[in-house]
Design a protein around this ligand. Structure first.
Ligand code: SF4
Length: 335
């Protein structure tokens, strides 16, 4: 691990000021990272994948609340722990898909430490990204992608490029995508907000850039819109073992049914996309239809139509289709 300077910020302004002065400092190529739960960053620092010169501890910032907002939605602070978010009464009651997704991820110990902001910034579990002895465009731009000809069983089939085929590993991000979350950011240029689908970037030819977050910017909170009337939701995660494992395929569904027809539907997929994958195609195939097996099968087909499997992960196409169909059944059977 490289040497780095550690500072602790008392509030958002101080954290941003610290980041700005570190970035402007005399050090050659300063790299600044904010530290909250540390469940991703510290691992990657020990592996020499992340080599910050300055670490700013933000875990004491007053961003640890879940509150209702005008219009009926909720605001989730960036340092709210995953366990607290999953078990919060507002989330369990009105955004069950988010609670289910959070509780399906990692282990109890990790969920007790991991934060909302950190989960949004979780890095891929591609084995080559974490192994500095191998080429990886995400870790070292221009070095190549060892996964395309190598071990790619757990990697993406949607949204890939010739430069990177890594999946986003988060469960929380999939549920937040189905819930149409907004990510709120503060930085040297002020405040801005991004729809979660715009927050995550496709790899294209710059896989090292995973989100729209700029250097020196800090996620302060996430908002979720008011739940659609009468909606039901479900998160289904398929994986190699029952716990402490990343998804091979997962689906988050938010749906409401009125007069026997689906009148609101949001579907996002995990484990198969290079980012949390909103499937507008599947939604279009379902809207206005009766919630039955034929409609669910059509939605699953539509969702995977553009899939491009690699040498070892062709099975994910069928797995994701079945995952979507089962999640739709779970979400609509009582809707
Ligand atoms: Fe690196 Fe992406 Fe290739 Fe994995 S898939 S080796 S993260 S470039």
């Amino acid at each position: 691990m490289e040497l780095f300077q550690l500072k602790r910020a008392a509030d958002v302004k101080q954290a941003l000021d610290m980041a700005q002065s570190a970035a402007a400092g005399p050090q050659n190529a300063p790299a600044v990272r904010f530290l909250a739960g540390g469940t991703t960053l510290l691992d990657l620092m020990k592996l020499d994948v992340e080599r910050p010169t300055h670490v700013i501890d933000i875990h004491r910032l007053a961003l640890d609340q879940v509150e209702t907002i005008e219009g009926g939605g909720v605001m989730i602070g960036a340092t709210v722990r995953n366990t607290d978010l999953a078990n919060h009464p507002l989330i369990k009651t009105h955004y069950a898909v988010l609670s289910q997704a959070l509780l399906s991820g990692a282990s109890a110990q990790l969920r007790n430490m991991a934060t909302t902001g950190g989960n949004l910034l979780q890095r891929t579990r591609c084995v080559y990204f974490r192994d500095t002895a191998t080429p990886c465009n995400k870790r070292e731009p221009g070095s190549g992608c060892a996964a395309i000809e190598g071990f790619n069983r757990n990697l993406a089939i949607l949204g890939t490029s010739e430069h990177c085929i890594a999946t986003n590993p988060s469960d929380m991000n999939v549920a937040m995508t189905a819930l149409e979350a907004t990510v709120h950011i503060e930085g040297p240029q002020g405040k801005r907000s991004l729809a979660i689908d715009d927050f995550f970037l496709l790899p294209g030819n710059t896989p090292e850039r995973e989100t729209a977050l700029n250097p020196g910017e800090l996620i302060t909170h996430v908002t979720l819109p008011a739940p659609a009337p009468g909606n039901r939701s479900a998160y289904l995660k398929l994986r190699d073992r029952a716990s402490y494992e990343f998804a091979l395929a997962s689906a988050a569904v938010v749906a409401s049914v009125s007069s026997g027809k689906i009148d609101h539907i949001r579907i996002a997929l995990g484990g198969v996309g290079v980012k949390p994958w909103r499937s507008h195609e599947a939604e279009a195939a379902l809207l206005g239809r009766a919630p039955d097996a034929a409609a669910f099968a059509a939605a699953a087909e539509a969702a995977l139509q553009s899939a491009r499997p690699q040498s070892q992960n062709g099975f994910k196409v069928e797995l994701a289709k079945r995952c979507i169909q089962h999640a739709l059944t779970l979400a609509t059977q009582t809707a």
